[in-house]
Design a protein around this ligand. Sequence first.
Ligand SMILES: Nc1ncnc2c1ncn2[C@@H]1O[C@H](COP(=O)(O)OP(=O)(O)OP(=O)(O)O)[C@@H](O)[C@H]1O
Length: 252
Amino acid sequence: MGILQVQNVNKSFGGLKALNNVNLDITEGTVHAIIGPNGAGKSTLLNCFVGRLRPDTGTVKFNGRSLLGLTPHEINQVGVARVFQTPEIFSDLTLLENVLIPALAVRDGAFRVNTWGRVDSQADVRDRAEALLADVGLADKRHTQSSSLSRGDKRRLELAMCLVQQPKLVLLDEPTAGMSRADTNNTIDLLARMSEQHGVTKIIIEHDMHVVFSLADRVTVFAQGHPIVEGTPDEIKGDPRVQEAYLGGAQV
Ligand SMILES: Nc1ncnc2c1ncn2[C@@H]1O[C@H](COP(=O)(O)OP(=O)(O)OP(=O)(O)O)[C@@H](O)[C@H]1O
């Protein structure tokens, strides 16, 4: 049984069927990429995993437990974390403070102002936050205000904010969108190292095939709200159904 099981999920917006009978089984410890042309339903699916959208029908189970009806915070608490396309960080706070907030929130159930006052005495949480900032290459900047970071560094910070929660499943929405090739390659290296060190299961939505083929163990290709092909990167490369789905768009 996979760590995440999606069965017969449908989601419509008015007359538009964004997800059409989706079945997916994500194996624990793997990197699973979801690709497909614009409008194929990838983000809608991710939103159903994190409680931002509720499917019209079907089930989404994480470690055998239904996620449907849970709030985004509750889903976070059971071990599912999401890294957004646009980093969601607190610009006025330092990098270390940014990493401490989700660490304390996940430990205490919610972030409370009176908890903040005791942060310095929370050696375990602080040590973990500092270690993760070092992991993502931001140790030197830990006392810097986050608003001054480059886009690439902001994404690295968000990754540390995600991993400090010790999630079992991480959902990454276009982790290299808008990055230079050099920053993209650094992010690929970082994500690969994260898989080795933390063994976290990852679902990646990505348009950049270089990223997909560098990181993914399995790939599911979506078209018009439905998974049309699933396999290893080698299996889906050159599959005529995939080429057809993109209609001459991204070369797979
Ligand atoms: N909140 C919404 N209300 C109405 N239609 C929506 C909503 N969210 C998504 N859609 C539509 O559902 C379809 C699937 O969109 P979705 O964003 O899931 O695709 P995607 O594969 O993530 O695309 P992209 O790669 O461009 O991000 C699209 O036709 C989109 O316009």
